[in-house]
Write a protein that binds this ligand. Structure first.
Ligand code: TXA
Ligand code: MG
Length: 328
């Protein structure tokens, strides 16, 4: 990552058809465009253009070894980029378009650049379920690789304002499409052999994936596993403040991240956000990253987090919070 003053300003686009075509032209010309998906905002570049892909790594200050997900407008396009076994076919049929990324062997004639795949023989594929993302991908006509649109190591961005807080001046354009509805990134399942593996818990709950597969997914790779899921660095989502998990009371001066009923001491907190007063996990997922950013900005040294249940989208929320709690 460089600390140079930005040279250019980032073009703000709305979601009109003309703006989406302008964004698609920028992508085809090798530019970087942030756009909304149903999970989080993505920072897109033409996946077939290695120089364009390099701009993503540069803008994010991202380690080079981290492979990017290639996004397609529909399942047919995605299916042509990889080699799908029966598990991968079943998951694609059930959850695309949607918040699921499949890691499969790369198809022989796959046009996605080696840099986007970080030199791996596998490829991460996703068909987002968001009208603006789909319109952009269709207009672009090429696979678009897109990591979450945040500086490396920061929390993912769920609004255009959050993207710009990290990347203004570092990227060519952004399409403002309002808040992302799911709020956590896609689930990532690797279908590389007979044993499908959950590499990242995300927007499709494990139970739903397993129902389609008809069997259990192997446990997520350990956070330190740099071979299978290089992006899963343990401190990937760290805010500045220290994060204290499974708090049962809030100490004076702490910021409080609640779920369901208020905790004792919350009245004396420096700042309080309740992810979902009614203890609804999808609502909590949608609010998670904005809540972490807001509490971090309160200046509190510690963000105390209420216990989150381990089922459904709770698995993804707990995973992101555990990473946020890791200090480098
Ligand atoms: O919801 C999402 O998936 C968002 C939106 C924008 O689509 N994207 C996203 O991308 O979260 P990113 O780059 O922040 O996270 C992608 C993860 C990384 O941890 C990366 O290592 C992993 O996917 N990944 C990508 N290709 C892979 C591959 N071939 N093998 C293993 N892991 C892979
Ligand atoms: Mg990310």
């Amino acid at each position: 990552m460089t600390d140079q003053t930005p040279q250019t300003s980032t073009l703000r686009l709305d979601a009109s058809p003309a703006a989406i075509h302008q964004a698609a032209d920028l992508l085809r010309a090798g530019g970087t465009v942030a756009f909304p998906t149903e999970t989080v905002y993505g920072l897109g570049a033409d996946a077939t253009n290695g120089r364009a892909v390099a701009k993503i790594y540069e803008a994010k200050g991202r380690p080079r070894f981290n492979p990017l997900i290639a996004h397609s407008a529909d399942a047919d396009h995605a299916l042509a980029l990889g080699v799908f076994n029966s598990d991968a076919h079943a998951l694609a049929a059930a959850f695309w378009p949607g918040p699921l990324t499949l890691v499969v062997p790369t198809a022989r004639n796959c046009p996605v650049s080696e840099l986007a795949r970080a030199g791996l023989e596998s490829i991460g594929l996703r068909v987002p379920d968001h009208p603006i993302a789909q319109a952009l991908l269709r207009a672009c006509g090429r696979p678009v690789c897109a990591p979450s649109a945040n500086l490396s190591g920061h929390v993912s961005a769920t609004t255009a304002a959050h993207v710009l807080a990290d990347l203004d001046g570092r990227i060519d354009a952004i399409i403002d499409g309002g808040a992302a509805s799911v709020g956590v990134e896609s689930s990532i399942v690797a279908c590389l052999d007979d044993e499908p593996r959950l590499l990242r818990a995300g927007g499709v709950a494990r139970e739903k994936l397993e129902r389609v597969l008809g069997r259990a997914l192997t446990a997520p790779a350990a956070a330190a596993d740099t071979v299978i899921a290089p992006g899963m660095l343990s401190s990937h989502y760290a805010p500045r403040a220290q994060v204290r998990l499974n708090a049962t009371r809030i100490e004076p001066g702490e910021a409080a991240l609640l779920f369901g009923p208020a905790l004792p001491g919350a009245g004396d907190a420096r700042a309080v956000v309740n992810l979902s007063p009614s203890a609804d996990l999808p609502e909590a997922a949608a609010n998670l990253f904005a809540a972490l950013r807001g509490l971090d900005q309160s200046g509190a040294a510690i963000i105390a987090v209420a216990p989150i249940p381990a089922y459904g989208l709770g698995e993804a929320i707990r995973d992101r919070l555990a990473r946020a709690a890791v200090r480098e």
